[in-house]
Design a protein around this ligand. Structure first.
Ligand SMILES: Cc1ncc(COP(=O)(O)O)c(C=O)c1O
Length: 382
């Protein structure tokens, strides 16, 4: 994206901007992956369930993956097609929602044996699968590790190996990676699961490898193709992947305006009309946001959000110039898990949502006070 965006008068901040050229480049990479590997590619809408994105993708992916009844309903409503595959796995299935979920999704991977036993008869139209917990941890931060001790995510492979798989189970699912930039985790996971997969290869039709790999950003895909080839050739599975983040990586920007500037304990603080609540992973991981389009230099500037939270800070940056009040500040790498987790803490509005296409900004979505009021006003009951 060009820095001219900083001066675009039609841009009202705070703003979340999706760069269509970057999205198209990611989609092309996935098209290559589909054709070279033979795997089916689903977009995991939890990363960013925006209509614009779902429409852009709908004819370029094999389907979508969802994690709740609402996500399933949203996908179906926006897709307006009964043909599209919708895969769901969740530890949060509720008994009363099951008949509806059964009508909304094409593939359902139960997260536990208890839920499988209770619910499988309520989901007649779905291809039924099980989420396996392979017990292979691939990251150090246990907050994001599905294979941590006492995990709630998936059925322990050691338990599953002792279990008689009911004949209605047609598929398997696992997801144990996070931001993976190579396929070592996948290799180790498949090594662990191979005897089980081999034992059930006649019954199992499909295997979903989950998300958690930055497929569109990894240069060396050969190890992935080799693993897939083995799964397809030796076991005959239809393999699925369901990335979220990788589809939108590099395509999202958060633009804000400096609304105040002062010195605090000897450092310059620039307060923005946004907050880390519009980019929650900055606070969650305690890593600075990625500043975009500004020259580095000798001035140290802290970019702070405008809420009452002391740690509402985007980071401290070394800049060639200290931004004035009224200037635009843009952060990149904001698309996945930002808008979808954004909140209105302190009563500040959510960002306006724009797409950027052929150097033009298009306003896609705007929130106003009525949306805020609707959240908090008591419902009228008769
Ligand atoms: C089951 C499952 N599938 C897919 C994804 C998407 O992962 P990512 O956005 O890291 O590719 C997630 C993310 O939490 C997940 O839990």
């Amino acid at each position: 994206m060009e820095t001219a965006i900083l001066n675009d008068a039609s841009l009202k901040t705070p703003a979340f901007i999706l760069d269509e050229a970057a999205l198209q480049a990611n989609l092309e990479r996935f098209a290559e992956i589909r054709s070279e590997s033979g795997c089916m590619v689903l977009y995991s809408i939890k990363a960013l369930p925006l209509q614009y994105l779902i429409e852009l993708m709908k004819n370029r992916v094999d389907g979508f993956s969802v994690s709740s009844l609402f996500e399933a309903q949203l996908a179906n409503e926006l897709l307006e097609s009964e043909e599209t595959e919708l895969h769901l796995t969740s530890p949060g299935l509720r008994a009363e929602e099951m008949p509806q979920i059964g009508r909304q999704v094409s593939h359902l991977s139960f997260n536990s044996l208890t839920q499988m036993e209770h619910f499988h008869e309520l989901t007649e139209n779905c291809s039924i699968g099980l989420r396996i917990n392979p017990k292979i941890s691939c990251l150090n931060d246990r907050r994001y590790d599905p294979c941590r001790g006492h995990s709630k995510l998936g059925i322990d492979i050691n338990v599953l190996e002792q279990f008689n798989l009911p004949s209605y189970v047609q598929g398997l699912h696992f997801h144990n990676s996070f931001g993976g930039l190579d396929f070592n985790c996948l290799q180790r996971t498949l090594d662990r699961l191979w005897p089980f997969l081999e034992k059930h290869y006649q019954q199992i039709k499909w295997l979903n490898l989950g998300g958690g790999y930055m497929y569109a950003q990894i240069d060396q895909l050969q190890p992935f193709f080799a693993l897939l080839n083995r799964l397809q050739q030796e076991l005959g599975f239809q393999v699925y992947i369901e990335p979220g983040k990788s589809f939108v990586q590099g395509a999202g920007y958060l633009a804000a305006t400096v609304i105040d500037r002062f010195v605090s304990d000897g450092k310059i603080v620039a307060v923005l009309d946004s907050s880390v609540n519009h980019h929650p992973e900055v606070f969650e991981y305690q890593t600075p946001a990625t500043l975009w389009g500004r020259e580095t230099g000798g001035y140290s500037v802290i970019f702070a959000g405008s809420t009452c939270l002391a740690g509402d800070i985007f980071g401290e940056f070394q800049l060639a110039e200290v931004p004035e009040i009224g200037e635009r500040v843009v952060f990149s790498d904001v698309a996945a898990y930002s808008l979808v987790k954004a909140n209105r803490f302190n009563g500040y509005n959510l960002p306006n949502v724009y797409s950027r296409q052929n150097e033009q900004l298009r306003l896609l979505k705007q929130y106003d006070y009525q949306d805020y009021l609707r959240l908090w006003r008591l419902d009228e009951h008769e």
